[in-house]
Design a protein around this ligand. Structure first.
Ligand code: PLP
Length: 440
């Protein structure tokens, strides 16, 4: 970074910042109307939030949050993510890392002008790549080829685009990657508006299309949570490690409450076991938690693989994990649907607050887990007896005062069973209750 470099005023941001909380009608907002804390939280989460210690989160974001974010990007894991204070910081550390004085940076315009200002402040040159109104704000990829030079360090794209709202076709995305790759330049794609499209499908991510790629994103637009100031960069693990080093100098960590609140709606579930009950529990937990990823671990790895393949879909990533420790680390919910005479899960594999739920043990004590895990986890809801007796392939569901009620066909005796799914940790009031199945 060029210390003392002259930064031009970021006029749009300053104007908006001064006025957006003072006017009666804000026509300049580009995100979904922000949620309240109460809308984000289930009432039963309040106690948990009040108990949160206002500490320094690890400076690249908690492992749980990085894992949840990684689940949005096929093939990524927590090592590919650095959590930042908003997409703004994600963009800033990316430019700070990649751009040196004298570099050329090709930038799609019109655009949100943060990167424009930071690049120029670094002593580098912005080379405009203009979207054309007469082409419905589509880019001209041949023009991109014409403006790329040996000095081009980086190509900057905003997709969906702010301010035009235009979305690149998959063909255009491939062309941009291909032409950038020919020059060996980096590609930085700001995808903060993914999911905020007013029509059509969600814009696909550039992630996975190129190895010299950084994607920035955050919770400020489609997720309606700009005040959380949670953003991230997803990129190659080595580059992400270097960006983390920049964060140590800049803002250290994300706000600890923001890190917790950002995870509220995105949970990673680990299922230990791969039988019918395991499948039923994945389906059941999906009803009460917005799962981003399910990891399946079983002593029989082939069965874990089979179950993962059966359930993996566009809507939910389900994958088999070979090593038990890797399957459990960073998971928000661990549900054991297995029985083992020895502990298969150890205490130092889970973080404090992980929800652990034992289901399938036929032993008199829950031996799948060691006692340190029980102490560290949020709580154990042990209802294995009734599940063993009345385990169900879930068929139907409806809401109930105490939580979600799931109705299903019991595989063993053909009867129906009802499970009240308060135990997952959503509603502490019904935790630890032995939730007897009601036979119809
Ligand atoms: C394209 C773009 N990137 C980044 C940002 C900043 O986002 P955040 O609030 O997540 O820092 C904005 C804000 O409007 C934006 O339009």
């Amino acid at each position: 970074m060029v210390l003392g470099a002259k930064l031009e005023p970021f006029q749009m941001e300053r104007m908006q910042s001064e006025w957006e909380n003072r006017v009666a009608h804000n026509l300049s907002e580009s995100g979904v109307h922000p949620m309240t804390v109460g809308e984000l939280l289930d009432p039963s989460d309040r106690e948990e939030i009040f108990g949160e210690r206002l500490l320094y989160v690890q400076s690249n974001g908690s492992e749980a949050l990085r894992t949840a974010v990684a689940a949005l990007y096929p093939g990524a894991d927590a090592r590919n993510i650095v959590v930042t204070n908003g997409t703004a910081e994600a963009n800033y550390i990316s430019i700070w890392k990649l751009v040196e004085p004298g570099d050329e940076v090709v930038m799609m315009l019109p655009n949100y002008m943060q990167i424009w200002g930071v690049v120029r402040g670094q002593g580098a040159t912005v080379v405009p790549w203009k979207l054309r109104e007469e082409q419905a704000w589509a880019p001209d990829v041949d023009e991109l080829s014409r403006i790329l030079t040996p000095r081009t360090r980086l190509v900057v794209v905003c997709n969906p685009n702010n301010p035009t709202g235009s979305v690149l076709t998959q063909g255009a995305m491939r062309e941009i990657v291909g032409r950038t790759a020919r020059h060996g330049a980096w590609l930085l794609v700001d995808e903060v508006y993914r999911g905020a499209e007013r029509e059509g499908e969600e814009t696909p991510t550039f992630w996975g299309m190129y190895d010299r790629l950084l994607v920035t994103c955050g919770l400020s637009k489609a997720y309606a949570l700009p005040g959380l100031r949670i953003g991230w960069v997803v990129g190659p693990a080595q580059t992400i490690a270097e960006l983390w080093g920049r964060k140590d100098y800049l803002t250290i960590s994300p706000g600890s409450l923001s890190d917790v609140l950002a995870r509220k709606e995105a949970s990673v579930l680990t299922i230990v076991g791969a039988g019918l009950q395991a499948k039923a529990h994945i389906e059941a937990i999906r009803l009460v938690r917005n799962l981003t990823e399910v990891r399946v671990w079983a002593r029989n790895a082939a069965r874990a693989q089979e179950l993962a393949q059966e359930l993996d879909s566009k809507a939910l990533t389900v994958r088999a994990v070979v090593e038990a420790r890797a399957a459990v680390t960073g998971a928000d919910i661990v549900c054991t649907v297995t029985s083992s005479p020895t502990a298969v899960l150890l205490g130092d594999w889970v973080g404090p607050g992980t929800h652990v739920n034992l289901v399938g043990s036929s032993a008199p004590v829950p031996v799948e887990t060691d006692s340190a895990l029980v102490v560290k986890s949020r709580f154990i809801a042990d209802h294995r007896e009734h599940v063993l007796a009345h385990g169900a392939e879930f068929l139907m569901r409806h809401r109930h005062d105490n939580g979600v009620v799931v109705l299903g066909l019991g595989p063993s005796n053909g009867s129906y069973a009802i499970f009240v799914l308060g135990f997952i940790g959503i509603r502490p009031g019904v935790a630890n209750v032995n939730l007897g199945a009601v036979l119809l």
